[in-house]
Structures are given as structure tokens and as C-alpha cells.
Design a protein around this ligand. Structure first.
Ligand code: FES
Length: 126
């Protein structure tokens, strides 16, 4: 397919942040979180989260595929779609919606806030 960008898998964060009273986790400056990568994979509050930077906007979804044990952050992105590296199921990065077979279940989409260049994330409950 045209326009597919390779995603560089990222390491888990060494020291996970603690949430504030509203549940927001401070991840740090956008440029430091992503560097020159299009995505990051972070373990936050016991959840492996895949974060994707598309056209200057950040989106966060569960990183583990709803179909099997694969990290979506190790797949390929094409626009707002990420392709699971194991069986090529497609998810919408913006919503976590499953878009193609063999997927039958969505993944969760987590809340992102960007304030003065600093990135915050709030995990959505199961
Ligand atoms: S593990 Fe992701 S599509 Fe099968």
C-alpha cells in the first residue's frame, strides 16, 4: 500500500508517572516522548499503551491487539489506521475501532491532552 510508514517499536518507560487527582498522567514534553518516532509503547498503570503521532495529533489506544498477543506499535500505520503485525487486522488509531477481519473486538482508546507542549494521558477504564 502507498503511504505506509514504518513504526519503530519503543521501549517501556523506565519510571512510570503517577496520576493526579483526576487520573491524568504527565508524560512530558511531546518532543521528548516521541523523539523522531511516529509511535511509542508505554506501560502505564499496568496497561500497555500504544501512542501514535499523526499529522501533529497524538492518539492513544491499547497496544495489545484484541485478537492475539501482538503489539500494535510494532505494526505499520497508514493515515489513521494501524495494521497488526501478526494477522494484519486494521484498527482506527483515533478510536481503537476494529476495521477488518480477523478482528472482532475494538481496543480501548485513551484520553490525551496536550498543554503548552506537555503531553498528558488518562487511561480509560475497562
Ligand atoms: S493478533 Fe492482531 S490481528 Fe491477530
Amino acid at each position: 500500500m502507498n503511504g505506509i510508514l514504518p513504526i519503530v517499536a519503543a521501549d517501556a518507560q523506565a519510571s512510570p508517572p503517577s496520576p493526579d487527582a483526576q487520573g491524568w498522567l504527565t508524560l512530558g514534553p511531546l518532543a521528548e516522548v516521541f523523539g523522531d518516532r511516529a509511535c511509542r509503547s508505554l506501560k502505564l498503570g499496568g496497561v500497555q499503551v500504544g501512542m501514535f503521532l499523526v499529522d501533529g495529533e497524538v492518539y492513544a489506544i491499547d497496544d495489545i491487539c484484541s485478537h492475539g498477543n501482538a503489539r500494535l506499535s510494532e505494526g505499520e500505520i497508514d493515515g489513521f489506521e494501524v495494521e497488526c503485525p501478526l494477522h494484519a487486522g486494521l484498527f482506527d488509531i483515533r478510536s481503537g475501532k476494529a476495521l477488518s477481519a480477523p478482528l472482532t473486538r475494538d481496543v480501548r482508546s485513551h484520553e490525551i491532552r496536550l498543554e503548552e507542549g506537555v503531553l498528558y494521558l488518562r487511561l480509560v477504564a475497562s
